[in-house]
Design a protein around this ligand. Sequence first.
Ligand SMILES: Cc1cc2nc3c(=O)[nH]c(=O)nc-3n(C[C@H](O)[C@H](O)[C@H](O)COP(=O)(O)OP(=O)(O)OC[C@H]3O[C@@H](n4cnc5c(N)ncnc54)[C@H](O)[C@@H]3O)c2cc1C
Length: 603
Amino acid sequence: MTTAATSILRGGEWLLQDTDADSVFTPERLTEEHRLIGRTAQEFVDNEVLPVLDKLEQKDWDLARKLLQRGGSLGLLGVDVPESYGGVGLDKVTSLVVSEKLARSASFGAAFGAQANLTVVPLMLFGTEAQKQKYLPKLMSGELIGAYGLSETGSGSDALGARTKATKQADGSFLLNGEKMWITNGGFADLFVIFAKVQVDPGAGAPGGSDGQFTAFLVERGFGVKSGKEEHKMGLHGSSTTALIFQDVKVPAENVLGEVGKGHKVAFNVLNFARFKLGAMCGGGAEGAISEAAKYAVTRRQFNTPIASFGAIKHKLGEMVVKTYATESLLYRTAGLVDARIEATPHEPTDGSAALNAFEEYAVEASIAKVFGSEVLNYVLDENIQIHGGNGFVKDYPAERHFRDARVNRIFEGTNEINRLLIPGILARRAVKGDLPLIPAAKALQEELLSPPSAPAFDEGVLAEERKAVAAFKKVALMVLGLAMQTFGAKLTDEQEVLMHAADILMDVFAAESAVLRAEAANHAKAPKAALHVDAARVFVSDAALRVDASARQALAATVDGDTLRTMLAALRRLIKVTPVNTAALRRRIADETVARGGYPFA
Ligand SMILES: Cc1cc2nc3c(=O)[nH]c(=O)nc-3n(C[C@H](O)[C@H](O)[C@H](O)COP(=O)(O)OP(=O)(O)OC[C@H]3O[C@@H](n4cnc5c(N)ncnc54)[C@H](O)[C@@H]3O)c2cc1C
C-alpha cells in the first residue's frame, strides 16, 4: 500500500512554501485496502462494541479484554507492527482510518489507544529485538493488555518531574518505588510502560544534585504492580482509569526500554504519534455526531416544521461539517507526509527508527492535530446536544455521553495549553538552529511590508481568493512569530499569551491550507461532490480570516507598542484584505446535503 506524496515537505515547512494540491494526501485518495480495513473497524465497533457499551460502562474488564482480543484477531491492534511480530504492518494512513472508526465508542477507543498506541508504539520504536519478540505478538493478539504510566499526582504536564524511583541492584535489576496516577487500562493491564528515575549512586562519583535519570521500563504486572481503585470520572466510564502502586517492584535489567536516562525520548516521541491518532479519533467522533444531529433534525418537528429547515439549525449543521472537513484535511495531509517520509527512508520493516524520525519531524503537525481536533470535537458535540434540545441533556440519547466522554481529549496526551506552547515553540527552536528558514523569511517579509504595495499576481481558479487568503495568513503568522522572537529573544517562552495567539494563527494556517488543497484536488479530479468541497473550504477560510486578524492584533499589542504597534497594525490591515463570502448560503447548501445524506457528506 503506498500513499507517498510526490514532494515531501519537512515539518513546519508549509508555513514558508506553497504546496501543490496534487502532492497532498486526502481522504479521497484512500485505496481500496484502506477502505476495507476501515469497514472492518466500523463493523466491529457497530456490531460488537456499541451493543455492549452499557456492560463496559459497568466496568466489566473481562469484556474489555475480550473486545481487545477480538480487535487483535481482526488485525486492528497490529496496524503499526510488522508481520514478523504478529502485526499487519500497514501505513500510517491506515492507522488514522482505524482510529477514526474506533472513535464511535470513546471508552473502548481509550482502552484500544492505551494498548495499540501507548504500549505497542514505544516497544516498536525503542524495544530491543528480544523485547519485541517477547511482548509484541502477545500484545497483538490481546493476550497481554498494555498501559502507559507517565503521570503522577505531582507531575502531569511536567512529566519529567516524576518521583517514582528506580534503584539499581547489584544483579543489574531495578527496584521501583512510587505511584502513577490516572492510568488508562490500569485496572486490568498486564504489561506497563513505566517511567521512573534511576537513582544516581553517590558512591560512583556521579554528578550531585541530580534527582535521577528519567528512564522507561517494561513492567509486567507479575513483577508486583498493584492497581488503585477505579477513578469516578465525568466520562469514559467504560475505560479503566486507576493509580498504579510500586513497592519494591523488581524489574530485570533487560526490561529497560531504550536507554537509562533517555526516558524523555520514549515519552515525547510516543506522544507525537499518540497526539496524531487522538486527532484522528476526534475527527471520527465528530463525523459520528454529525450523523446523529442530521438524523434528529429531520425527525424532530417544531412549529409543524422539521427543525432541519430552520436557518439557525442549518448554520449549526453546516459549521459542524466545515470544521470537521478542515480537521480531516489536515489529518490526512499529515498522515501522507509521515508515510512518504518513512517510505523515503531506507529501513528494514522491523526497524522502528524511520517511523521515529518521521514522528519527530512532524511533531508540530501532531500537536495541531490534537488541539484542533479535540476543540472541533468539543464544538461539534456541544452543537449536537443543542440540536437535540432537552433530549440532548438526558441519557435516552447518546449526545450527552459523547460530550462527557470527549472532554478529556483536551486534557490528556499533553493538555491543549502545553501543545499550544509546543506549536510555535518547536518552530522557533528549529528556526534558531537553522533547520527551518523562518528567520530569513520573516526578515524578507518585514522588507516587503515596508515597501509600497506591488500589483497582486494574477491568479485564477475557483479557490483563487482562498489561496490568496491562506498566503496572507502565513505572512501574518510569520509577522507575529518573527516579531515576538526578535522582541523577546530567549525570554519568548515566558510570553505564553503571545505564544498561544501564535499557535491559534498557525493552526488556522495549516487547517485552512489543508482544506483549500483538498478542495482544489477534488475540483481538479471532478470528484462527485467537488462543489461541496469548495463550499466547505470557502466557509472555513472566510471565518479563519476573522480569527487570524483577532489573534494577530492581540499578539502584536502584547509584543510592541507606540509607533511600532501602529506600523504593525497597518501592515496587518494590508495583509488581511479578505472579502467575506456569503457563508450563510454556503452553510445552507452543506447542511441540506448533510440532512439529505443523513450524515457527514464527505464520508
Ligand atoms: C481519563 C484520563 C486518562 C488518562 N490516562 C493516562 C495514561 O494512560 N497514562 C498517563 O501517564 N497519564 C494519563 N492521564 C493523565 C493526563 O495525561 C494528565 O492529566 C495530563 O497530562 C495533565 O496533567 P495534570 O492533570 O497533572 O494537569 P496539570 O499539569 O496540573 O495542569 C493543570 C492546568 O495547568 C496548565 N499548565 C500546566 N503546566 C503549564 C505550563 N507550563 N504552562 C501553561 N499552563 C500549564 C494545564 O494546561 C492545565 O490547564 C489520564 C488522565 C485522565 C483524566
